[in-house]
Design a protein around this ligand. Structure first.
Ligand code: E4P
Length: 241
């Protein structure tokens, strides 16, 4: 029953009541400091994800870039290890976690990666487990105490499988067992991925800047605004202070 005695029926299935009031976080998927500075000025960027390929594109020292990025955004900044063995991951994680409190150490979804995830989480660090391509991998990452799990929806679509289905399955498994690991939709290719990730209850979407720019664009918004301005001008409507 609704607040005014009206029966609204069962909730819309894609709306998970538990997440109402906590909007999906928006991260930028780039290591380019200038781009991050530009888009973060909107006040709508919560965090950043980087990876070795994105870092390589900038041609800059990775740790230096991360220091600057951590100062720009309020939320988690993912810094990805290059080591593939447990000891090596922990050594590189120690370098990253000294940078700032908002560093999330990014580790691959491997046995060593999940072991490192458990150790880093136990030390109180945020951990983003990356390269997730199956719901069971995501369940194992949650058991290892991951703060974020990164299912790569675009890369799953690229091989003719269902990237958004992966988000749906992980959401169901996490909700079944009350896992607190946040689902971070990664490898986002277009605005529809953002829309569907939000409908499915992803906690975060990490978005390349070319997609971020398109989040607000709508031809009817542009047309409607032009008409409002033109009508006011024609009739001499002014706003007096
Ligand atoms: C972010 O954490 C991932 O590394 C990134 O989204 C991968 O995106 P891509 O598949 O476009 O390289």
């Amino acid at each position: 029953m609704g607040p005014h005695g009206v029966d609204f029926g069962p909730p819309t299935p894609h709306i998970n009541q538990k997440r109402i009031g906590t909007a999906m976080k928006i991260f930028l998927d780039t290591a380019d400091v200038a781009e991050i500075r530009e888009y973060a000025a909107s006040g709508l960027v919560d965090g950043v994800t980087t990876n070795p390929s994105l870092a390589a594109k900038t041609g800059r020292d990775y740790v230096e870039s991360l220091k600057e990025i951590c100062d720009i955004v309020p939320g988690a900044v993912s810094a990805e290890v290059l080591a593939t063995d447990y000891d090596g991951m922990l050594k590189q994680a120690a370098i990253f976690t000294k940078i700032a409190k908002n560093i999330a150490v990014k580790v691959p979804l491997t046995w060593d990666g999940l072991k490192a995830c458990a150790a880093l989480s136990a030390q109180g660090h945020m951990v983003n487990v990356t390269l997730c391509f199956s719901p069971v991998q995501a369940m194992m990452a949650a058991k290892a105490g991951a703060t974020f799990i990164s299912p790569f929806i675009g890369r799953v679509d690229d091989i003719g499988e269902d990237g958004l289905g992966l988000i749906r399955d992980i959401r169901a498994i996490y909700d079944n067992y009350g896992f607190k690991t946040q689902i971070l939709a990664a490898s986002v290719r277009h605005v529809m991925h953002v829309r569907e990730a939000a409908l499915l209850g992803a906690d975060v979407a990490t978005i390349p800047t070319d997609v971020f720019k398109k989040l607000l664009g709508h031809p009817l918004t542009d047309k409607g605004l032009a008409a409002f301005i033109a009508d006011a001008k024609k009739a001499g409507v002014v706003i007096k202070g």
